[in-house]
Design a protein around this ligand. Structure first.
Ligand code: NAP
Length: 254
């Protein structure tokens, strides 16, 4: 008797060394994916994510790369071609904030870096993924999930309007690419997290932000990385087969 083993689908999660990306990698493996774990500087974190992916039944490939650098992005995708020879989904999760300030405190360098990571990085990763997944390029189809922020709607006043504007760009990008790819088998959606308890707040100089804001949030608490990841993996999966161009709030009602 011949047994046919079905290949597991493969997803790339950018910024998967910690926070929402790490949780997404783990839940993607639980849902049957093998996972490409990208990180920029936290190698130990990426290795921990790899262990979690393995424990959830997936295999993994770790790729160090700075998504603000086009050559680094090329490196990730060549590694995927060589190791897995297929790509079925991309999660554009890598993102940064910067120190809390108002418009007058935003330097040209800060602005350039913010958009290079949060916007250009997501565009260029999507471009490489579409080249491999889209039926327009002979691929089998696939799915992209971008990670926006409720700041795209609220504007991030007195904190980081540059970050908020970069996420506004991500939402417009999601709508546009979804329409471009709808007939070619690539669904493109986004999640819009609210205040989520991760290390990103400390990186923005406000380590206690999630705890301090909790009483003012509708549910009286911040969300967890896993709660956002549940939304991401649903949008990524075939369970969301008729969903494209959607932006899913994971904000606890904020
Ligand atoms: P986090 O804990 O700070 O994790 C960020 C991840 O992105 C890390 O793995 C980091 O890698 C990676 N990263 C940063 N810059 C990178 C670059 N240039 N190239 C490759 N990887 C890079 O953040 P998080 O809270 O999980 O946020 C994940 C996403 O959710 C971001 O897009 C963020 O804007 C969005 N979001 C978060 C919240 C929230 O409240 N936490 C709310 C709304 C939206 P290394 O550590 O290895 O450098």
């Amino acid at each position: 008797m011949m047994t046919v083993t079905k290949k597991r689908p493969v997803c790339l999660v950018t910024g998967a060394s910690t926070g929402i990306g790490a949780a997404t990698a783990e839940l993607a493996a639980r849902d049957g994916f093998d996972v490409v774990i990208n990180y920029r500087s936290d190698q130990a974190g990426a290795e921990r994510t790899g262990e979690a992916v393995q424990a959830a039944g997936g295999s993994f490939l770790i790729c160090q790369a700075d998504v603000s650098k086009p050559d680094d992005i090329e490196k990730i995708f060549l590694a995927i071609d060589g190791h897995f020879g297929q790509l079925d989904a991309l999660i554009n999760n890598a993102g940064i904030v910067d120190l809390t300030t108002r418009l007058e405190g935003i330097s040209p360098q800060r602005l350039a870096n913010m958009f290079a990571v949060n916007v250009t990085g997501s565009f260029l990763c999507a471009q490489k993924a579409v080249e491999r997944m889209s039926k327009a390029f002979g691929g089998p189809g696939g799915s992209i999930v971008n990670v926006s922020s409720k700041a795209a709607v609220l504007g991030g006043p007195n904190m980081y309007i540059d970050y908020a504007a970069s996420k506004g760009a991500i939402e417009t990008f999601t709508k546009g690419l979804a329409a471009e790819q709808a007939q070619y088998g690539v669904r493109v959606n986004a999640v819009r997290p609210g205040v989520i308890a991760t290390d990103i707040h400390a990186k923005g100089g406000a380590p206690d932000r999630a705890v301090e804001m909790a009483p003012d949030l509708p549910m009286g608490r911040a969300g967890t990385a896993h709660e956002v990841a549940e939304g991401i993996v649903w949008l990524m999966s075939n369970r969301a087969s008729y969903v494209t161009g959607a932006i899913l709030d994971v904000t606890g009602g904020r």
